[in-house]
Design a protein around this ligand. Structure first.
Ligand SMILES: C[S@@+](CC[C@H](N)C(=O)[O-])C[C@H]1O[C@@H](n2cnc3c(N)ncnc32)[C@H](O)[C@@H]1O
Length: 342
């Protein structure tokens, strides 16, 4: 397809398409004799994804990094668009809820309250948008499974990994045909454990390469690009939500928003099971760090401080406040599990 046809087909202008070409976002083939550009079906998917992402306010440079791989498949383009739309949808929902609250406040004419709600909304938007992959999981995907088997000399962050994942599987009781969502699925080590009993497994991850690796190992898993803070799932669509070694990449504020998202997509009588790096509570955290300090284990301290290990008590309080019945396990000084049923 030539540029004019492509623009018409995508309801945009040739100028816009040329702009994205200049920015290096698309590379149509060029006929050197007459300089005509030719757009393949994959180019059209790519341009339509760029247009969709621009529509919801993502900057050109951010789009460039999202679409780093020039050979994404049409399904991957659609998956990226879905993820972005869920983010937008959740932001809109926050806005609508805030307006509803403002309208009810305005009856009592409390300007202060309204101002407070507006700042809360701004803050929420900030928290949802701020998260960044500081750990470059796309680069880790290739040898992640080998790396987790390696034992560090002085600090083994994956001590108890297999035991924790097996415990999640044991705790979560499902019927055939139920839907289980694994958030931060990585290469699929936890989610795949639910395949043998006929459950539908959906794996969510923010890393395209992790999702590709997961699909390669377990084609039966449905992978979805997405984020803890804007799950690419409709309300009340999951019987269980599981997650392992992923939540500690979110700050404490973000973790509570992530729990809210889990609560949104979970069906009544649903289950949440999280195995992750976490302390019992703040006292426990301080004690563990002190003990590493006494032992001169600076590596352990640096590893812990580079991430956001949870205080289990904070997550349990949140879940209990929402009416969940909660059980917890601590496998070792840094690894815990939370099982919650609503
Ligand atoms: C350490 S790996 C754990 C993978 C797997 N769950 C396991 O137990 O082996 C962390 C995974 O969580 C994903 N992740 C981290 N933060 C995330 C977020 N905010 N939203 C979605 N996925 C996230 C990463 O991309 C990565 O694949």
């Amino acid at each position: 397809m030539k540029i004019n046809e492509a623009a018409k087909y995508l309801n945009t202008t040739p100028k816009t398409i040329r702009f994205y070409e200049q920015k290096g976002l698309i590379e149509p083939t060029k006929d050197e004799t007459n300089q005509y550009r030719y757009f393949s079906e994959n180019d059209l998917y790519r341009i339509s994804t760029i247009l969709a992402l621009r529509e919801i306010g993502i900057s050109v440079s951010d789009i460039k990094s999202i679409l780093e791989n020039p050979n994404l498949t049409s399904n991957q383009y659609l998956d990226i668009q879905r993820s972005a739309l869920f983010e937008q949808w959740i932001e809109m929902r926050d806005m609508i809820e805030t307006i509803d609250q403002m309208l009810s406040q305005s009856k009592s004419n409390s300007f202060e309250e309204i101002h407070h709600l507006a700042s809360h909304l701004k803050n929420l938007k900030g928290v949802r948008r701020k998260w960044q992959d500081r750990w470059n999981f796309d680069a880790q995907a290739i040898d992640y499974d080998e790396n987790i088997k390696k034992e560090g000399h002085v600090f083994n962050v994956h001590e108890g990994y297999d035991e924790a994942l097996a415990k999640v599987k044991e705790k979560v009781r499902l019927q055939t045909g139920d839907t289980v969502v694994d958030i931060g699925i990585g290469t699929g080590n936890l989610g795949s454990q639910f395949l043998s009993e006929g459950q539908k497994v959906i794996g969510v991850d923010q890393s395209e390469n992790m999702l590709m690796k997961c699909k390669e190992k377990h084609p039966e898993i449905e992978t979805r690009k997405g984020h803890f803070l804007a799950l690419p799932l409709l309300d009340l669509s999951a019987d269980a939500i599981v997650s392992s070694y992923a939540l500690h990449h979110l700050t404490d504020d973000e973790k509570l928003l992530a729990l809210e998202e889990m609560d949104r997509v979970l069906k009544p009588n649903g289950q949440i099971c999280i195995a992750d790096l976490m302390f019992e509570d703040d006292k426990h955290r301080k004690r563990v760090l002190k003990n590493f300090e006494k032992a001169g284990n600076q590596l352990a301290i640096d590893c812990i401080l580079d991430e956001y290990y949870a205080n289990k008590s904070t997550l349990v309080d949140w879940l209990e406040g929402k009416g969940y019945q909660v059980e917890t396990i601590q496998f070792n000084v840094i690894l815990g599990l939370i099982y919650a049923k609503n």
